[in-house]
Design a protein around this ligand. Structure first.
Ligand code: ASP
Length: 329
């Protein structure tokens, strides 16, 4: 029986980083070297490996990921059964969500990385790559969109979040938990995930519309908020306190900004929905939604920012934006 065909694209990250004379580890390894270093991978899939980039993942851009999504779509059109993206863990929660939005296919796209470099004791990269490839090659993972596999756990792109700077167990899915795990080499899916049916999103060729992300903290006085519309941003995501709140003193200002650009409210708690109909004080969710602010639903601020940017690139109107965020509620 022929093996599943996987497209493996490496973008850099700790999993590719080795010590250099300049000091500190840097991305030096490419996809072919990583794939070649994992015992057993050749028995899992027939792999085509490419290394479009070698960077720390904080330097990846949405446009880079849109290009990766295009390559995966072309790969799927050419008959690949799944795709694995290798990159740094710092921004996986964003890149995986972008890929989930831009590759609407039954076949799995799996993003993997590592918390420890390949030269460190207990390097987790090879195990993560092997587990990720098993998931990408598996029929059980079909229809779940983009998945993130680290520490033998399988996370859905819409929920996954990096929640620790150092541990190999850094990835969590706050509200849902992992969808499954890889144990004894077998992919075990334990739960599904709803993937909202959104209108087509096409990022086009040029830069994506810039969306600002602003976190509300105690005593926020609105200085940054006031500046946002004149800085060239096309939209704003606010990470509000609790269920989506700002100080009463800046509530009117948030409303004014919302007359100039789409403003979406997420929660800085990173888990649970933005409320819609509980609190009525100035700066509460009822007040802000009444002033034209949209709710991010269950999406975290960094994910809502990407959806808003793609939606603005696709020219969605306010109703389409509200529907899309509601679908993630
Ligand atoms: N600390 C990062 C990683 O785990 C570096 C990066 O995101 O590129 O890969």
């Amino acid at each position: 029986m022929s093996l599943p065909r996987l497209l493996v694209l490496s973008l850099g990250g700790t999993i590719t980083m080795t010590a250099t004379a300049e000091g500190g580890i840097l991305p030096t390894l490419g996809a072919a070297e990583l794939v070649g270093a994992v015992p057993g991978l050749a028995e899992v899939a027939d792999i085509k490996a490419r290394s479009p980039m070698k960077v720390g993942s904080a330097s990846l851009t949405p446009e880079n990921i849109a290009a990766v999504a295009g390559e995966i779509r072309a790969g799927f059109a050419g008959g690949f059964d799944g795709a694995v993206v290798i990159q740094g863990t710092d921004t996986i929660e964003e890149t995986a969500f972008l890929l989930d939005l831009l590759v609407r296919d039954e076949r799995p796209v799996v993003v993997v990385g590592a918390m420890r470099g390949p030269q460190q004791p207990g390097a987790d990269g090879p195990a993560n790559l092997l587990a990720g490839a098993r998931v990408a090659a598996s029929v059980a993972a079909r229809g779940l969109g983009t998945l993130v596999v680290l520490n033998d756990e399988i996370h859905a792109a819409r929920f996954v979040r990096k929640a620790h700077t150092a541990l190999t167990s850094a990835f969590v899915s706050d509200m849902a938990g992992p969808l499954g795990l890889v144990a004894e080499g077998r992919v075990r899916m334990l739960a599904g995930v709803a993937r909202p049916a959104l209108p087509a999103l096409d990022p086009g060729e040029g830069p994506l519309p810039p969306v600002a992300l602003l976190k509300i903290a105690l005593g926020e006085d609105g200085r940054l908020l006031r500046a946002v519309p004149d800085l060239g941003y096309a939209g704003l995501v606010i990470e509000g306190a609790g269920a989506g709140h700002v100080p009463g003193a800046v509530a009117a200002l948030v409303g004014e900004v919302a007359t100039r650009l789409p403003v979406v409210m997420a929660s800085r708690t990173l888990a649970g929905p933005v409320f819609e109909r509980t609190y009525g004080y100035p700066g509460s969710e009822i007040d802000l939604l009444g002033r034209g602010v949209l709710s991010a639903g269950l999406l975290t601020g960094v994910k809502a920012r990407l959806l808003l940017s793609l939606a603005l690139a696709a020219g969605w109107d306010r109703a389409a934006l509200a529907d899309a965020f509601a679908a993630y509620g």
